[in-house]
Design a protein around this ligand. Structure first.
Ligand code: SF4
Length: 373
């Protein structure tokens, strides 16, 4: 590794690797959390857990993981399940493309590998939705192959251990840190090594208040040596997050049922159900936006009533304010024009459908009020 993003030569890689073996691994053996996916390791269990853990906290994942495993305990069960069931298990976790890819990859494993998870890194990485991180996690944790993982926790730990100056959002930096992670890997103990690095980042070397006083790597840590632990990784330039104003309608029919629509497969949140609507255009009121969207999406003319609520929600790349209105049909019958499907649904049956987190707030509100037919 060389150039402006290189770690200083305060501590050599050999010293770091020695510390990984003599300090980090024993620390991990003693302090590792007892998590459900760490018991009875199989590639399937690693795959599901790691897919859920991307951008999501461990304490949130545990209940999802248990529920998913109970319902879909094997590759074959996942492959045989309708996509709607898989999305329902994933409901509220976000990043729904992961759930769709799990389903697709499970079907691929059944048809191509007769339901047995492939063992070699290249075949694992060739599965739909599996990138270098996931392939390394499965290869190392399930098959103990010598592949180092690089996730947010590991990037932070390595950046601090070496006082790494590069911009860790850039591909060059990620490649350099990946090489470093691989160099420090203890051969034959890849699973423990990867988990120890991630666990150190999750429990000790945390973003804002690292617990350097109890860190097993303190003696070899360059950032700690400089008294600058929290200054690494170097902050990246902040980009303004786009914001969208979005309108949606809860259309009620004479039976007191509400209209829900299923998003197109190739759209963001594809396959999920929602209260129909869309993004406000310039020069239109929110009520006009909702009426236009329902015409375009379902071919109906609606009368927009009172506003029910506003839901604020942050996705990974933008934020929304979802303005939800009560509405009735004035003309027409719903047809799935710009959506995959639609249903009239009793409030108590909404639980059978998978909604995004923003729409789940609407479902919750509807359960708490009485809807007049
Ligand atoms: S000494 Fe502090 S900064 Fe360095 S690895 Fe440990 S917790 Fe992180």
């Amino acid at each position: 590794m060389s150039g402006p993003g290189s770690p200083p030569s305060v501590v050599s890689r050999r010293q770091l690797k020695r510390a990984v073996r003599s300090r980090l691994l024993p620390w991990f053996a003693k302090h590792r959390r007892d998590l459900p996916w760490r018991r009875r390791r199989t590639p399937y269990r690693v795959w599901i857990a790691e897919s859920m853990l991307v951008q999501t906290r461990v304490d949130q994942v545990i209940a999802y993981y248990r529920r998913f495993m109970k319902r879909l305990p094997s590759v074959r069960a996942l492959a045989d399940a309708p996509l709607d069931d898989v999305l329902k298990q994933w409901e509220g976790l976000g990043y729904y493309a992961r759930a769709r890819n799990l389903h697709k990859a499970a079907r691929h494993i059944v048809t191509r590998y007769n339901g047995r998870f492939p063992r070699d890194y290249e075949s694992i990485q060739a599965l739909p939705g599996i990138g270098p991180y996931m392939a390394a996690a499965i290869a190392s944790l399930a098959f103990n192959q010598d592949h180092a993982v690089l996730d947010g926790n590991v990037i932070r730990v390595l950046s601090r251990l070496t006082a790494y100056e590069g911009d860790t959002s850039k591909g060059t930096a990620k490649r350099e840190l990946q090489t470093l992670a691989q160099d420090l890997l203890i051969e034959g103990e890849a699973g423990a090594y990867n988990e120890a690095m991630m666990e150190l980042g999750a429990l000790i070397c945390t973003p804002r208040q690292p617990k350097c006083a109890v860190c097993p790597m303190q003696r070899v840590c360059a950032a700690y040596g400089k008294g600058e632990a929290t200054l690494y990784p170097r902050p990246r330039p902040r980009r303004a997050v786009p914001h969208k104003e979005v309108g949606a309608a809860v259309v009620v029919n004479r039976k007191g049922q509400v209209l829900i629509a299923q998003r197109l497969d190739n759209a963001m949140l594809g396959g999920l159900w929602e209260f129909p609507g869309g993004t406000q255009e310039p020069d239109e009121t929110m009520a006009e936006c909702v009426a236009r969207e329902l015409k375009e999406e379902l071919g109906i003319t609606i009368e927009v009533g009172d506003r029910l609520m506003i839901v604020k929600h942050a996705y990974s790349h933008f934020t929304i304010a979802l303005h939800v209105y009560m509405a009735r049909i004035r003309k027409g019958r719903p047809r799935p024009i710009h959506c995959a499907d639609y249903r009239w649904c009793n409030i108590e049956d909404l639980a059978d459908f998978a909604f995004s987190r923003a729409d789940l707030h609407v479902v919750e509100r509807l359960r708490s009020i009485s809807i007049k037919a």
